[in-house]
Design a protein around this ligand. Structure first.
Ligand SMILES: Nc1ncnc2c1ncn2[C@@H]1O[C@H](COP(=O)(O)OP(=O)(O)OP(=O)(O)O)[C@@H](O)[C@H]1O
Length: 293
């Protein structure tokens, strides 16, 4: 269990990137959603021990991971948003290098571990190729292979599927789902559908704060029966927005639609819509005066 209490962090430039965050995260996949600048990476870097918080605590089971940074390294696998690779090194050699850094000193055990991670991420066949020559999806899978060295009980992945094509994204998500069967996996993403599909619990973050903490199902469920949409031309939009505070304006079938939350049907030409997690996400941000990006 990862337990975060009253965590805050303000950077030297005055930005309060983490603002009194409290989270309890058990085994399985936990999704962290939020617009650019919400503080997701800051939170993940702080949990990973790459930067110290100003106040608050982070415990993983009984280990204080703010005070005991070497202990974090023993339990943690981290895939950062930016993941650099050495241009000419093969996947196998580079993974071996990371394994040494992780403290796997026994040569034979290390070799077996590297091979197992390459198999697990479907990269064994291409292990002799330079990582720099890999496709985006393969590089991300390599990033996970590196994060899985030493069998971590806590895995943090920061926007792992950004820029991947749909089949690579699927493949990557299946891998994440399997990891969630044995570890605490914290997944930060902009892709709302990934959270809906993969995570049993989630948080929406904005302005450094946790705006909502629940399961995707309950988060969506609260909007059921309250969501309406109406077709509007671009010219009508500004006029419409004077009457309703829209959750979002969306394009569908080549038309623009205005989406609103209301207890009862807001007007003749509105139709009721079944909410999705994306709608609940937009609605939560709007309620807090924030916009998705
Ligand atoms: N090292 C830093 N020094 C100063 N400000 C920072 C630093 N890192 C992040 N910030 C600021 O802190 C806020 C939170 O940034 P962070 O990268 O944690 O957000 P994020 O939710 O991960 O966004 P994104 O989805 O764009 O990665 C932003 O306003 C950002 O500009």
């Amino acid at each position: 269990m990862l337990s975060i209490r009253n965590l805050s962090k303000t950077y030297a430039n005055g930005v309060r990137a983490i603002d009194d965050v409290n989270l309890e995260i058990g085994q399985g996949l936990f999704g962290l959603l939020g617009p650019n600048g919400a503080g997701k990476s800051s939170l993940m870097r702080t949990i990973a021990g790459l930067q110290a918080p100003d106040s608050g605590s982070i415990h993983f089971d009984d280990t204080d991971i703010v005070a005991d940074r070497p202990a974090v390294r023993r339990v943690l696998g981290y895939l950062p948003q930016e993941f650099g690779v050495y241009p000419r090194m093969s996947a196998q050699a580079m993974l071996d290098h990371f394994a040494i850094l992780k403290g796997l000193t026994d040569r034979r055990a290390r070799k077996a571990e590297v091979a197992a991670r390459l198999e697990q991420t479907n990269l064994y066949e291409v292990r002799k190729k330079p990582v720099a020559s890999f496709s985006g999806g393969m590089k991300r899978r390599f990033g996970i292979a590196q994060a899985l060295l030493g069998n971590p009980a806590l895995i943090i992945v920061d926007e792992p599927t950004a820029g991947l094509d749909p089949s690579e994204r699927n493949r990557f998500n299946r891998l994440l789902a399997r990891l969630g069967e044995q570890a605490v996996v914290l997944l930060s993403t902009h892709i709302v559908d990934d959270v809906a599909n993969l995570c049993s619990r989630m948080a929406i973050m904005g302005g450094g704060r946790i705006l909502r903490l629940d399961s995707p199902q309950r988060t969506v469920g609260e909007l059921r029966g309250l969501l309406w949409r109406k077709r509007a031309t671009i010219e009508e939009l500004a006029e419409q927005e004077r009457h309703w505070t829209p959750i979002a304006t969306k394009l569908s079938g080549g038309h623009t639609w205005i989406w609103v939350r209301a207890e009862t049907k807001p007007g003749e030409d509105f139709e009721s819509v079944e909410p999705r997690l994306e709608d609940a996400y937009f609605e939560t941000l709007r309620r807090h005066g924030l916009q998705a990006s």
